[in-house]
Design a protein around this ligand. Sequence first.
Ligand SMILES: Cc1cc2nc3c(=O)[nH]c(=O)nc-3n(C[C@H](O)[C@H](O)[C@H](O)COP(=O)(O)O)c2cc1C
Length: 232
Amino acid sequence: MKISIYGGINMFENITSGHIDSLNDILKARHSIRVFSPDPPSRREIDQIIRAGLIAPFASLPAKGRTDFRKIIVIPTNSIAMNKVLMSVNRVMPKFADELKEIAHGQPSPNRFSGPNPDAPRFSHFLGNAPYLIIAAERKGLPPTYMADQSISLSYCMYNMWLTAVSLRIGFRLISIFVHLKMGNDAEFCKLLGIPPAEFALDACAVGYPAGNYQPAHVNYPDYGSNVTWLD
Ligand SMILES: Cc1cc2nc3c(=O)[nH]c(=O)nc-3n(C[C@H](O)[C@H](O)[C@H](O)COP(=O)(O)O)c2cc1C
């Protein structure tokens, strides 16, 4: 074990100068993949992605004294369980479409939340053709970031999984409709996932190899020159 120049045990002893280049490559290659190959990743690859999610940071109080503060549920999209997920989401979706109309105060709401007939929403639009849906659940509680139905800790969990997916050349798409629909409060849906209702915030993603000819949508990220300020 090496002793760091700052004293104590060097916790970064396995990190070499090559890692920053690899990390930069992965950060730059990360994009939302919305069309997938029909060939699914292996279970081992999906497990590597999930394990990265489990070691993402968390806000301390809801986790105090327990190790069951985060759950990951993997759902192959050709499974019977997926049909049940679809039924649950489709049951809740029309109510959300109505709420959205109210929030928008008569302005046109994003029509992807409802089909041509508002009673016929299309969950497939949010999921695409991914072979796997991964739902992450984080226990709610104090600090108040957890009282919202979107947990900040889950964003870190998702990002750990996203970067790991990229490092395995696996595509990743956030599916935030589970947050919007507050599915963590839906008793029937929580029973399906095997978690108690209203105790966990949920987020989700779709993963799979990108379709052969897939090109991610072009995105203009903020450039350094106009958007970074160093204060003296
Ligand atoms: C909080 C959050 C929620 C998102 N929800 C979705 C989603 O439900 N579906 C989707 O396709 N992309 C979703 N995205 C991805 C963004 O649309 C995407 O990251 C952004 O357009 C930039 O594109 P890029 O990921 O290819 O760099 C979400 C991103 C964030 C940060």
